[in-house]
Design a protein around this ligand. Sequence first.
Ligand code: 13P
Length: 255
Amino acid sequence: MELKPKILAGNWKMNTDLQEGMKLASTIDKWVNGCTADPHVRIILAVPFTHLAEITGLMDYRRVSVAAQNCAAFEKGAYTGEVSAAMIKSVGAHYCIIGHSERRHVFNEKNEALKAKVDLCLKHAVRPIFCCGETLDERKAGKQNEVIREQLETSFLHIAPEDLKRSIIAYEPVWAIGTGETASPEQAQQMHAFIRKLVAEKYENLNAQEIPILYGGSMKPDNAEDLLKQPDINGGLVGGASLKVESFIDILKAF
Ligand code: 13P
């Protein structure tokens, strides 16, 4: 049996109304369950909060899981407009994206709040998909490894080994998100290997090869194969190309 975990996750961001989302999710679900593409690839759809309950009800969990895109940094209470990890769990979602670069940069979320979110997800049995990534300026200054190390060490790599085994790390260079620009397979592989080394150093008794590390940032059918064949890339966290059944499925076929 193959050890390398494989995951294709779609992050719909703030796109689709409920009806469009249900149609997209059920078409993907039907296709995935009937297809001959690699059966070891787990599919995750990160959908808007408003869609979570309906879409979790539609999915066949053998292959397709549902994720939230964010959660509150608080357990419960007077936080108007927020959605808690417990609420996400209560509608049947299995995963939650934490620390997406749009949360960090548009909504100014800091490492400390992200740590609280990770802990709340784990407390409520929601698996974190923890995102990290450097900006273009940070890369130009040669600081990418330092930035990624800090993001992971301050918010994520404090969790217990058994929790880490249930979690996912996503490397999403900010300069490649929604820009059409992709990290080259070599750049992505280098960073994934660095992240895996960090994991191996922190968790001596755990096989770091078991931890899925996904690449995100303009992954598309025409670049997916070269990225996915890198030894430390376990899959993709796909934005724009996850909104069309054809391009999402074409990426799945590239595994
Ligand atoms: P794009 O694939 O649209 O660049 O988005 C990547 C992303 O942010 C996934 O979380």
